[in-house]
Design a protein around this ligand. Structure first.
Ligand code: ATP
Ligand code: MG
Length: 502
């Protein structure tokens, strides 16, 4: 089997000194240099005791060196385990206790807090935002690792913790086969080649920034314009010399707020991808009106890498996530029985294929509970296949509202609310209700400088929705709570307003 490292090595042979990383105001780093440094870093990891199968936990700022550390870990046969930089004390205790890494790489400024963790079986090293720290100090004196590991498709390559949108993050064990097969499918679907120049402004501790964006550039031999955070103005400037942007929906809602976004500033771009959370149809329409580009929305999750994508050629439908990637099977099944449902009916989205993870790290029961006997993984998302065969996501199973015994799918109501004048966005949630079990509740964010009248909004919905779907209460808010990936945290909203009907 081919692995990501083999794909990267092939890129390095073909691209030589071409830039892999470009950063505004800093020297580029070429493919050949990246290969050499990742090989020497792999040697450092070996010297620190990392053997095939050992976990390398990493909580560092985004930098090219952090990507080199990822490559070095795979080269040494280790299992890469990136951690959200927002996690602190007790959370880190949980992850390190759970994953039992051989090596923990932290930011230099947190070394004091973590130095005490070092034991016989856990080394602690540092890596800073500018590449400084003990790890790169060691690299300077290291020879390249002569024999790189040759893992099989079933061997673990990474443990990625889920975003924690619905509860505590779970560690998903991804294999070399998962990463390589998914990367190859995406390269093919999105026509991504060494001629591309990718604007990379996503965090690299999640599947989107690491296994979609970075892997594709590494495997294709494409240059990454590597930005440490999202800044709409900077991104529009970079578009002059780029071809592809991969982002979360908030990237796009912020880009359309810039007067600089137009057909001219995006003229050299060939593809805008959105994923990780639903893209508002409004944003899709506005972006296309302003630039002439139809954003391509895709769907994936930590446990499965990417699952479905709107077509590269052909209609990119707002509100839909498109078709299964090559080699991936999607079905919509009854939530309770698992029986496949006919087209058009809403049910649990299930998926099978070489993209599906090996299981949750050290949670065999949880893993078993999320798979059907025939190997389909239950994603936890609800959706349907529409008349044209596009997959449409209607929300998460956990966010389904059951009011008076009826299923209420929040997205249907949110879409109507979002179209009303003065509304920026909304979240529909179910809150404990003495009569109904759950009361349908709308949390609505007005557009800047505009106001929304809750009673008027409720009235506007009255003749457009069945009575049981109509919000019992409308709550106005300045913004919706989101995690780092820009996902709305409905669990947090439910907690905040838990007592509304009590
Ligand atoms: P946790 O599992 O810890 O609660 P999470 O599910 O948000 O967090 P991820 O694996 O990062 O963690 O996110 C995957 C989820 O993101 C999917 O299950 C789906 O709900 C959502 N998602 C991804 N892409 C899209 C999309 N294009 N439209 C709607 N939802 C999407
Ligand atoms: Mg999830």
């Amino acid at each position: 089997t081919t692995t990501l490292i083999e794909m990267f090595e092939r890129s390095c042979r073909a691209q030589g000194d071409k830039a892999l990383f470009e950063r505004p105001g800093l020297a580029p780093i070429g493919f050949a240099e990246a290969l050499d440094r990742s090989r020497r870093l792999a040697r450092v990891l070996r010297d620190l005791g990392v053997r095939p199968g050992d976990r390398v936990a990493v909580q560092v700022d985004k930098s090219p060196e952090a990507i080199l550390l990822y490559l070095a870990t795979l080269t040494a046969g280790g299992v890469f385990l990136p951690l959200n930089t927002a996690y602190t004390g007790a959370e880190i205790d949980y992850f390190l206790g759970d994953a039992e890494p051989r090596l923990f790489v932290c930011r230099p400024e947190t070394l004091e807090a973590h130095a005490g963790r070092a034991t016989e079986s856990l080394a602690v090293e540092t890596l800073g935002a500018a590449g400084e720290g003990t790890l790169m100090d060691r690299l300077a004196a290291a020879e390249p690792l002569a024999e790189r590991a040759a893992p099989g498709a079933e061997d673990p390559a990474a443990i990625l913790y889920t975003s924690g949108t619905t509860g505590r993050s779970k560690g998903a064990v991804l294999t070399h086969g998962n990463l390589a097969s998914n990367c190859a499918a995406l390269l093919d679907c999105w026509r991504f080649t060494e001629r591309d120049r990718l604007i990379h402004a996503l965090p690299i501790f999640h599947t989107h920034g690491l296994f979609v964006a970075a892997n594709m550039a590494l495997a294709a031999g494409a240059t990454m314009i590597f930005l440490t955070r999202f800044d709409a103005d900077e991104i529009i400037t970079e578009m002059a010399d780029a071809t592809v942007l991969m982002g979360v929906p908030t990237f796009y809602t912020r880009l359309v707020q810039s007067p600089r976004l137009d057909a001219v500033s995006t003229a050299g771009m060939r593809l805008f991808v959105s994923g990780s959370a639903p893209l508002l149809a409004d944003t899709h329409a506005e972006f296309s009106a302003r630039t002439g580009h139809a954003i391509l929305e895709r769907y994936g999750m930590t446990e499965t890498c990417m699952i479905a994508s709107n077509p590269y050629d052909g209609a990119r439908r707002p509100g839909a996530v498109g078709f299964a990637l090559p080699g991936v099977e999607i079905r919509v099944a009854d939530r309770e029985t698992g029986a496949p449902l006919p087209q058009g009916e809403i049910g649990a989205i299930e998926v099978r294929g070489p993209n599906v993870f090996a299981g949750y790290w050290r949670m065999p029961e949880k893993t078993a509970a999320e798979f059907r006997p025939d190997g389909f993984f239950i994603t936890g998302d609800l959706g349907l296949i529409d008349a044209e065969g596009y997959l449409r996501i209607v929300g998460r199973d956990k966010d389904l509202v059951i009011s008076g015994g009826y299923n209420v799918y929040p997205k249907e109501i949110e879409a109507l609310i979002d179209e009303l004048p003065g509304v920026l966005e909304s979240a529909v949630i179910g809150l404990p209700h003495p009569d109904l079990g759950e009361g349908v509740t709308a949390v609505v964010v007005p557009r800047e400088g505009e106001s929304v009248d809750p009673a008027g909004l409720a009235a506007a919905l009255a003749d457009r929705l069945a009575r049981y779907k109509q919000p019992k209460r409308v709550i106005l808010a300045d913004e919706l709570p989101r995690n780092v990936m820009g996902k709305v945290q409905k669990a947090e909203l439910r907690k905040r307003h838990a007592a509304l009907y009590q």
